[in-house]
Ligand binder design. Structure first.
Ligand SMILES: NC(=O)c1ccc[n+]([C@@H]2O[C@H](COP(=O)([O-])OP(=O)(O)OC[C@H]3O[C@@H](n4cnc5c(N)ncnc54)[C@H](O)[C@@H]3O)[C@@H](O)[C@H]2O)c1
Ligand SMILES: N[C@@H](CCC=O)C(=O)O
Length: 542
């Protein structure tokens, strides 16, 4: 029981290590990578703290070397899901009653374990399974997840501190109860940090969770489970299940104790969840919380007053880091004719200098896309662009899956602002650019706003403050994360709370008070110290 109003350590963003040539940190990480690459892991799923191995396994292959195997994971059956629900509900009573400082301490410890003894293992796992280069692994799997753990603890105390007014003789209190039931966390392949945060955030607020990671992220998800265990998270609080996503989701969304979903992934999958939840509404104990951060068609727009070199760098990094597999990646750009020559020259110089290959070779800026499905889809769009009269590939356009799923960073220039790849989320290293006449800069903002169903991230570039003002206003609903003179990727926890609206999700801003508020169900308590003993108003005579 808390016997003080404790202050939690001030959250600070984890410093990004450089892994520069000749450093010990680089040597240690690459040694860990090599060791793990040559081992075979046998990954169970976890229910109530126990490890389950069904023998029904799926092999794990690095995307950049898909004939190589680094292990396998076991898949759950329907009865395991039912058991996971039972175990989660069993764990709920004790966990929900655990004092907040103990919940905080577990996740603060998880942050320190990840910052220290687990850092190399987590980064190496993300490099191997998700084909991230050293820097992309470090900013995601280490720094962003550490930040989620630390900042969420601080945000939790901000929420708990938010208390109503009281009046003489009365004490009003707000109790931030966890949801009644269990939360389903379902996570994407592309960010290890999101995979860790989606189960951790509801758990921090006192909820019990069933977590299903994406199949291509199970390898690094298993390291997250190791950290939770090492941090002292009690059995049954976070249960990680792996296997057929439709079956798992079906069992969970049909259970009366289902109290919320914490999803990040594609828009169609989230929409299907919403539909199923709607159909099952009468079966649940409470209205479930539905939180989903989904797809994007993120933009860069530049005004003739902008700096061409800055735009070129924003494209090189914003569209191609991690092979464009960030929900925030720039995938369409609207550029003025007067700047296009200079931007094109600078961006082609960058792209032609990119090296592509395994993350083990740290000179590779580009690695593989996640799997054969992504490879087939992306190469299909490239082939189509090669045929279409209103599209021209000015760099890239090659692909090769003989060793790994490699797609060259590709720039398509189109004369049609509604060209397919200006509208559809591709989720790969392809950006499509529309060049507009300089005097059309204002009307092109309307085209941009009306082109895609999404509204996740977007960047505007201009040297003219009045233009910045107009564009910010016109694009008010076009992006949940809006950047002025910067690329549209790289949101940092505690600095740029992340999420979008329209088809990009419920915009509950991962790693913020607004997200954590979704995982509590408030109870207002009014306590009266000297209750009245007579029903009559003072002015009523006897
Ligand atoms: N807005 C954000 O914050 C954000 C962040 C990261 C990724 N994303 C989005 O995620 C997508 C890429 O990730 P992904 O390929 O892993 O997404 P995905 O939608 O394919 O998968 C997400 C999760 O849903 C599961 N899933 C897939 N199909 C399912 C089905 N029919 N029934 C039940 N579960 C199912 C997957 O196994 C995975 O765990 C992109 O659209 C990207 O924009 C969004
Ligand atoms: N923090 C990340 C989130 C990306 C989602 O896939 C960014 O802003 O790039």
């Amino acid at each position: 029981m808390a016997t003080g109003f404790y202050k939690v350590p001030k959250a600070v963003n984890e410093a990004v290590k450089s892994y520069a040539s000749g450093t010990q940190e680089r040597k240690d990480l690459l040694d860990t990578y090599k060791k793990m690459y040559n081992e075979q892991v046998d990954i169970p799923f976890y229910i109530g703290g126990k490890e389950y191995r069904t023998g029904k396994t799926i092999d794990i292959h690095p995307p950049h070397d898909h004939k190589h195997t680094v292990g396998k994971y076991h898949t759950a059956e329907k009865e395991h899901l039912e058991l996971a629900i039972t175990e989660a509900i069993k764990a709920r009573k004790k966990w929900a009653a655990t004092s907040w400082e103990h919940r905080a301490a577990i996740f603060l410890k998880a942050a320190e374990l990840l910052a220290g003894p687990f850092r190399n293992k987590m980064n190496a796992a993300t490099m191997i399974a998700q084909s991230k280069n050293v820097m992309q692994a470090e900013i995601d799997a280490a720094c962003e997840l550490i930040d989620f753990f630390r900042f969420n603890v601080e945000f939790m105390t901000e929420i708990y501190n938010n208390q109503p007014q009281s009046s003489p003789g009365i004490w009003n209190r707000m109790e931030y109860r966890p949801l009644e039931g269990f939360v389903y966390a379902i996570t994407p392949f592309n960010f290890t940090s999101i995979a860790g945060n989606l189960p951790a955030a509801p758990a921090l607020m006192g909820n019990v969770v069933i977590w299903k990671p994406a199949r291509s992220q199970v390898y690094s998800a298993n390291v997250i489970m190791e950290i939770f265990k090492a941090a002292g998270l009690p059995d049954g609080v976070i249960n990680m299940v792996t296997g057929n996503s439709s079956m798992i989701t079906d069992v969970i969304l049909n259970n009366a104790e289902f109290s919320g979903v914490h999803f990040t992934g594609s828009t169609p999958v989230f929409n299907s969840f919403w539909e199923t939840i709607g159909k099952n509404m009468n079966n649940y104990k409470s209205y479930p919380r539905i939180v989903g951060e989904t797809g994007g068609k993120d933009f860069i727009w530049a005004h003739p007053s902008a700096n061409a070199q800055e735009i070129a760098t924003a494209i090189s990094r914003g569209a191609f880091e991690y092979q464009g597999q960030k929900c925030s990646a720039a995938s369409r750009a609207y550029l003025p004719k007067s700047l296009w020559g200079a931007i094109k020259k600078a961006v082609l110089k960058d792209v032609n200098s990119f090296k592509m290959g395994s993350p083990e070779d740290t000179s590779n800026f580009i690695n593989a896309v996640i799997d054969d499905r992504a490879f087939t889809k992306l190469s299909g769009y490239i082939d189509q662009a090669k045929k279409d009269a209103d599209a021209e590939i000015i760099v890239g356009g090659g692909y090769d899956d003989s060793v790994g799923y490699f797609i060259e960073p590709t720039i398509i220039v189109t004369t049609n602002p509604q060209y397919k790849t200006m509208c559809t989320e591709l989720f790969g290293p392809i950006i499509t650019i529309f060049i507009y006449e300089d005097d059309q800069w204002e009307e092109i903002l309307d085209v941009l706003d009306n082109t895609s169903e999404y509204a996740l991230t977007g960047a505007i570039f201009s040297g003219d403050r009045y233009v910045i003002d107009i564009a910010t206003d016109k694009l008010e609903n076009a992006a949940g994360n809006f950047y002025i003179n910067d690329k549209p990727t790289g949101a940092v926890v505690g600095q740029q709370p992340f999420g979008g609206a329209r088809g990009s999700g419920t915009n509950d801003k991962a790693g913020s008070v607004w997200n954590l508020l979704r995982w509590v169900s408030n109870r207002t308590i009014k306590e009266t110290f000297v209750p009245p003993t007579d029903y009559r108003y003072p002015f009523l005579e006897e």
